[in-house]
Design a protein around this ligand. Structure first.
Ligand code: UDX
Length: 446
């Protein structure tokens, strides 16, 4: 008989995972403790913008016309415990207030709430990003609390999905990593992922600590790569070099690769910043803090870029923001997402406003979230409205729609044709040909 799967926590990761499991053919029950979220998902709506996710959800959610009916939602742990053979834990682990460490309370609560309802053999699979050592602790807690005892087993299966590509990354992962302590757990997970495995996704079997570390190691590497190129941008600025050319040239070396070498205002979002900080905090607890002191530098290079963008813009408008109008294109931390958590774009917009400019923001999908976080910024309905009367236009999130803007048309509404590219993603020649002064981080003036 086909496995029955539950997904605990239906946020970004969980909603995607639940819909993907239904797409793979399993009966799925998604659980969340927030009734409003469950009501929304049951109606076939996703609480965030993620390409393709709503379609996938509507294809499987019971009660929606034409749906397979394999996907249902609940707020009851009892129902989840009775239903599932495999339970995925997909709750979030945010950064603790005022600390580097991550907050494990949602993961702990999920295990504590589910375990007492496990009355038949079950595999609980953690997907959340957690400090190394958590799985060992949670496995013991599970065996202690579950009526079925040691037949309630734990596995750790980190998630690598990128916002904007969540559906694709879940259905066709570039690797599946499972931390297990028994053959039975490995076999069950091979069954869950049979389809992507048949399509060629590599399957890496590890112990608990390695599986937990893989996730933070991957994110640390990515963060380091971005900060590396941003450090090169700083040197280029000092030496009169061009970081875009430099990235292209080193990227031809296959050992380096071209991806994740886009210099700009740096990384943000709900993962990279908090993951590298939590990793440093955990290494400190383990007495291995020296191994990760470089991540402190990675973090500070990254944060410095935001301030540097502000300085570049201030310089461009003549040394002071007082009485100046600034248009900001982009509010989300990256394109194809409505996520504004720790967004470099909004951070820059906020700093510029605090220095006295009138800042107007436009973003294709992030307006609502941006407004909730920074209600004092002005928001416009389109790029032209944001740019009206502007002394400088700042390109801070690399949406395709901004690359396709017509520089001549936009030039008609601004006070000064001055564009600052915080993502090194615009075609500088096109803007210059239309009479704009184009400036970017890590590149010479003209
Ligand atoms: C990241 C990891 O990529 C993913 O594997 C993990 O599961 C979760 O964290 P995500 O947060 O969705 O995913 O964003 P990502 O695409 O990694 O981008 C992170 C940030 O880096 C964005 O703000 C982006 O604009 C920035 N970035 C990316 C750069 O500044 N330069 C680059 O070259 C690439």
């Amino acid at each position: 008989m086909a496995l029955k799967i539950t997904v605990i926590g239906t946020g970004y990761l969980g909603a995607t995972h639940a819909a993907a499991m239904a797409e793979l053919g399993f009966e799925v029950l998604g659980l969340d403790i927030v009734p409003e979220k469950i009501a929304m998902l049951t109606a076939g709506r996703v609480p965030m913008y993620e390409p393709g996710l709503e379609e996938l959800l509507r294809r499987h959610t019971a009660g929606i016309e034409g749906a397979s009916g394999r996907l249902r939602f609940t707020t009851s742990y009892e129902e989840a415990g009775e239903f599932g053979d495999v339970h995925f834990i997909c709750v979030n682990t945010p950064q603790k207030h005022g600390e580097y460490a991550c907050d494990m309370s949602y993961v702990n609560a999920a295990v504590e709430s589910l375990a007492p309802h496990l009355r038949r053999p079950a595999l609980v699979v953690g997907k959340s990003t957690v400090p190394v050592g958590s799985a060992d602790r949670l496995a013991a807690r599970l065996a202690e609390l579950a009526p079925v005892g040691a037949d309630a087993e734990l596995a750790w299966n980190p998630e690598f999905l990128r916002e904007g590509f969540a559906v694709q990354d879940t259905l066709r992962p570039d690797r599946i990593v499972v931390g297990v302590t028994s053959d039975r757990a490995e076999k069950l997970l091979r069954e869950v992922y049979a389809k992507p495995l048949a399509e060629g996704s590599p399957f890496v079997v590890t112990d608990f600590p390695t599986a937990e570390l893989v996730k933070v190691a991957a994110n640390s590497f990515l963060a380091t790569k971005i900060s590396f190129i941003n450090a090169m941008a700083e040197v280029c600025e000092a030496a009169g070099g061009d970081v875009v050319k430099l990235a292209e040239a080193i990227g031809h070396d296959e050992r380096i690769g071209r991806k994740f070498l886009r210099a700009g205002i740096g990384f943000g979002g709900g993962c990279l910043p908090k993951d590298i900080r939590a990793f440093m905090a955990r290494a400190g607890e383990l007495g291995a803090d020296q191994a990760l002191t470089f991540l402190r530098e990675v973090d500070s290079i990254n944060m410095r870029r935001r301030g540097h963008m502000v300085e570049l813009a201030r310089d461009a408008v003549g040394g002071s923001f007082l009485g100046k109008r600034v248009a900001v294109l982009g509010a989300t931390f990256k394109p194809d997402s409505d996520d504004v958590r720790d967004s470099p774009a909004l951070n820059v917009a906020g700093q510029i406003q605090l220095q006295g400019a009138q800042v107007t923001v436009f973003d294709p999908k992030g307006m609502e979230n941006a407004r909730a976080l920074f209600p004092t910024l002005a928001y416009a309905a389109d790029p032209a409205e944001a740019a009206r009367g502007a002394h400088a236009v700042l390109h801070l999130t690399e949406w395709r729609e901004f690359r396709e803007l017509d520089p001549a048309g936009l030039g008609d509404v601004v006070a000064e044709r001055r564009i600052l590219d915080g993502r090194n993603a615009l075609d500088a020649d096109r803007w210059r040909e239309a009479g704009w002064t184009y400036r970017a981080l890590g590149r010479p003036l003209a």
